[in-house]
Write a protein that binds this ligand. Structure first.
Ligand SMILES: *Cc1c(COP(=O)(O)O)cnc(C)c1O
Length: 423
């Protein structure tokens, strides 16, 4: 049996209907933006393996940092103990985060980073003796697959089996250009009619919805409305963080800053699962008390894993180099040029670019479902041509490692153009 056949004996894959899905591709090796399967077929990783890998596969610099940490202190419990990688990472993150972010809480993945933020928002008001239990989120939001994160998510594909079992969530439309006022009014109305604790959002780009983009000024306005009503704000930067939008955080485009931020995905350069939720001093202070009941009773076994922290420190060092910043600008320039060239194509409905993110919506007669026929056809076409992409319905997006070369980008663009001819 080959690897793929052995896989199907025992393994259950994410977001996969095993009865109808094609067998997975066995990847043997990765380097830079490239991956190779067990037949030595080469693929360009055009989506940075679900948006986690900015600095390239099998990155030596991060690997060395991980090895050094593994052979010094691989792990120690974080309850009652601390270690230098966690302290250093905290210090370095505070330096690059918005000025109002003062406290750092560790967990393992994007969903838990969101879970922590939502629990903190709810307990913040509990600790203050105020009854506020509703979370506000955008339509078509994606915040993860654990229960509170899933409740905040608005893509029915992921949540329909669990309707009625969630914490209270109300939704507002995303303020895409031209519809901002509808979004502001909806927010004001939800705040008036429910006991809102917090508003959670993906800043400027809704990733899983299909890289849906909106303007920083609109988000500033929504945050202002929350501030006027003492509703906490949570920026879920799990996808947007660490350079993807052209700035370190999408929040860096904002005048108004959130009370909490969720980070994961690129935090460790796509090596070790790790996540962080950050807070203002004011939020931390609502838990700081002689009364033990006011503490945050949340934790994970691998909280602040030193190896993960070492990987994150190495990743941050790479992000800060002039070379990496130049890569982000270079990828963005390539995207903008391709956008100019492709936006008038008769099959193209619309295109969007922010930072290293490029998205293209294909004209369709019917509404294409998330995992519909067009998506499957496109996915197979890209794989056939050695490109790893995961179209969302009729939306194709590119979110490559920052170190991708110009010829590799041009190859992706070329296959995208060809894909428009086959749909
Ligand atoms: C991927 C993602 C999550 C969930 O992260 P996981 O590590 O998959 O649990 C949450 N929020 C956003 C915006 C994401 O893109």
């Amino acid at each position: 049996m080959n690897l793929t056949e052995r896989d199907s004996q025992h393994l259950w894959h994410p977001y996969t209907q095993h009865k109808t899905a094609q067998l997975p591709i066995a990847i043997k090796r990765g380097e830079g933006a490239l991956l190779w399967d067990d037949n030595n077929k080469e693929y360009i990783d055009a989506i940075a393996s679900w948006w986690v890998n900015p600095y390239g596969h099998s990155n030596k610099f991060i690997a060395d940092a991980i090895y050094k940490q593994l052979t010094t202190l691989e792990h120690v419990l974080f309850g009652g103990f601390t270690h230098e990688p966690a302290v250093l990472l905290g210090e370095q993150l505070i330096e690059i985060l918005p000025g109002n972010q003062k406290k750092i809480f560790f967990s393992d993945n994007g969903s838990t980073a969101v879970e922590v933020a939502i629990k903190v928002a709810l307990q913040y008001f509990f600790n203050k003796g105020e009854k506020r239990t509703t979370i506000i989120a955008f339509e078509n939001a994606f915040h993860g697959d654990t229960f509170a994160a899933m409740a905040a998510s608005g893509i029915s594909f992921y949540t329909q089996a669990f309707e009625g079992m969630f914490i209270e969530v109300v939704r507002i439309p995303v303020p895409v250009k031209g519809t901002e006022a509808v979004s502001y009014d909806a927010l004001r109305e939800r705040i008036k009619t429910t006991n809102c604790a917090a508003f959670i959002y993906e800043p400027l780009v809704q990733g899983a919805a299909g890289m849906v983009m909106y303007e920083p000024e609109a988000l500033d306005k929504l945050i202002q409305i929350c501030q006027e009503n003492k509703v906490l704000t949570i920026a879920d930067e799990v996808m947007t963080g660490f350079g993807k939008t052209g700035k370190t955080f999408a929040t860096d485009y904002q005048t108004e800053k959130p009370d909490m931020m969720c980070l994961s995905k690129a935090l460790t350069g796509g090596t070790i699962p790790m996540a962080i939720t950050t807070f203002t001093q004011e939020i931390f202070d609502a838990f700081y008390d002689d009364d033990i009941n006011k503490a945050l009773f949340h934790g994970h076994t691998f909280t602040a894993n030193p190896t993960g922290c070492a990987a994150a420190l190495a990743s941050l060092a790479l992000l800060k180099t002039d070379e990496m910043q130049a890569n982000i600008v270079r990828v963005n320039k390539n995207h903008l040029e391709f956008q100019k060239q492709i936006e008038t194509h008769p099959m193209v409905l619309t295109t969007r670019v922010l930072g290293v993110i490029f998205a293209l919506e294909i004209k369709t007669k019917d509404n294409e479902s998330y995992y519909g026929t067009m998506r499957n056809k496109l996915y197979a076409f890209f794989i056939e041509n050695g490109i790893i992409m995961r179209p969302i319905g009729n939306i194709i997006y590119i979110l490559p490692p920052y170190i991708i070369t110009d010829p590799q980008l041009q190859k992706i663009y070329q296959v995208v153009e060809e894909a428009l001819e086959i749909v």
